[in-house]
Design a protein around this ligand. Structure first.
Ligand code: NAP
Length: 340
């Protein structure tokens, strides 16, 4: 065990796309656990789009990270010292320890992981918060029926990949939207979506319409922006739209919103097509977690759900990797390997 704790701090609040100057890396002493606490060594750090919101002081569903504070994030960690009755050295746990190499915890919110059950990094992806988001949002709000068409963007990512595969398990047709030829090939050939369209193609709108000849019954919204504009006219009467994320808009300043006002047209269709547009934050469905672990865990073991991880080695790489995530440079669930 080293004697220093490396941490990635928020140096300043970004304007637009974050830059490396918005982060600061520092080195401090490894904290000492007191009675009732454990010392955790972080093995994997999850990088997720919501972290852009935590860097901003704009009002949201969660408090921002303070300037000078450790960047927030989900982690998989090893217990390296325990003064807590429920944990022993070498336990592997899911924690929310943030962008650093060591952390102290009083045990609250820690979940023990069984490395023989699944690769422990999956607790941050397909068997963690993003997979659960896909499962709960699609099944509770989207409610796909056999034969219906489900469309999801960011389809090669942690949430989108799971959405499309669950849609197919439920007998629906899954159409993915992804950025670039490699991601599209993966979504179609590896994940088994029925069709996939590249949102960067100049004729994206024409291609999406052709891929959805019967219209769209469920649109699982992950990105917003130009993708929403193209999807929206294709929605069928009584379509359901779980609004999960708007990553294309996370770097926008809400006070500077520009462009034509589309709201009247959107509201007209919400009314005349009896659409259900419902935003959600995954934690509102926490009571579904046990069913999720059982069902999705089973589908992974049966080979019916596949996943891809994009693992970046070294905590110092986290800022650059996170900036890349906001531009679509990740390919699969983005995880930083902090230690082995
Ligand atoms: P991810 O798909 O692994 O990575 C983000 C992807 O978004 C990128 O790879 C890129 O894919 C796409 N993207 C980035 N910028 C874009 C832009 N300007 N226009 C269009 N696409 C862009 O991320 P994830 O963890 O699965 O998250 C997906 C969405 O779910 C995010 O919006 C996230 O905020 C949301 N989410 C919500 C909840 C909730 O509780 N509501 C929980 C978890 C995640 P392409 O290159 O394929 O375009």
């Amino acid at each position: 065990m080293t004697t220093s704790n490396r941490r990635v701090l928020l140096a300043q609040r970004p304007t637009g796309l974050p830059t490396p100057a918005d982060f600061r890396i520092d080195e401090g002493p490894v904290p000492d656990p007191r009675d009732g606490e454990v010392l955790l060594q972080i093995l994997y750090l999850s990088l997720d789009p919501y972290m852009r919101g935590r860097m901003s002081a704009a009002k949201s569903y969660a408090d921002p990270v303070e300037i000078g504070g450790v960047m927030e994030g989900g982690t998989v960690a090893r217990v390296v010292r325990s003064r807590h009755p429920d944990f022993v050295e070498n336990d592997i746990v899911l924690s929310h320890s943030g962008w650093q190499s060591y952390a102290v915890s009083n045990g609250e919110g820690l979940r023990k992981l069984d490395p023989s059950h699944a690769a422990v990094s999956t607790a941050l992806g397909v068997l963690g918060m993003p997979g659960f988001t896909a499962y709960a949002g699609l099944l509770t709000i989207g409610r796909p029926k056999p034969g219906e068409t489900v469309v999801v963007a960011a389809a090669s990512g942690a949430v989108g990949a799971t959405v499309g595969q669950i849609a197919r398990i439920k007998g629906a047709r899954a159409v993915g939207i992804a950025g670039g030829a490699d991601k599209c090939a993966f979504v179609r050939d590896e994940l088994g979506f029925d069709a996939v369209v590249d949102h960067r193609a100049p004729d994206f709108a024409v291609q999406l319409k052709a891929a959805c000849p019967d219209g769209i019954d469920v649109y699982f919204e992950n990105v917003g922006g130009h993708v929403w504009d193209v999807v929206f006219p294709l929605l069928n009467p009584f379509a359901r739209v779980p609004v999960c994320g708007l990553i294309a808009q996370y770097n926008d300043d809400p006070a500077m919103a520009s462009g034509p006002d589309r709201l009247p047209g959107v509201m007209r269709d919400v009314l005349t097509k009896s659409l259900t547009v419902r935003g959600f934050i995954q934690r509102e469905f926490t009571d579904q977690r046990p069913t999720f672990y059982e069902e999705v865990g089973g589908w992974i073991r049966e080979g019916r759900i596949k996943y891809r991880e994009d693992i970046v080695v070294g905590l110092d790489k986290a800022p650059e990797a996170f900036i890349g995530l906001l531009q679509g440079r990740n390919f699969g669930k983005l995880v930083v390997q902090v230690a082995t």
